[in-house]
Design a protein around this ligand. Structure first.
Ligand SMILES: [Zn+2]
Length: 100
């Protein structure tokens, strides 16, 4: 019987819209342009709509708010209130993230 070589654990990878680094999906925040709710953080990862990911790095989270990459990725405009809500979400979930 042939032995399979050890396979890396399967972790879905997603790309950060800001730094364009690919990383474990769990370290990224999914932001969705929801048809009814507008641009919101998708905590469950199951919301409908066009999504974009932002990684855990503070630099990305700060830069993404002042750059147009999210709006380009979501193909919509993000209001100041929506940006504030996303920023608040990050502040409330400011747990240390481990990256291997
Ligand atoms: Zn990033």
């Amino acid at each position: 019987m042939k032995k399979h070589p050890p396979r890396p654990r399967h972790n879905p990878q997603r790309m950060c819209s800001m730094c364009r680094e690919k990383m474990d999906k769990r370290t990224l925040t999914r932001i969705v342009a929801h048809p009814e709710e507008g641009v919101v953080v998708d905590v469950t990862g199951k919301k409908n709509g066009r999504g974009a990911y932002v990684c855990h790095k503070l630099a990305c989270r700060q830069k993404v708010m002042t750059s147009a990459v999210l709006e380009q990725a979501l193909k919509t405009t993000i209001t100041a209130a929506e940006k504030a809500a996303i920023t608040q979400f990050w502040q409330s979930t400011n747990e240390p993230q481990h990256v291997s």
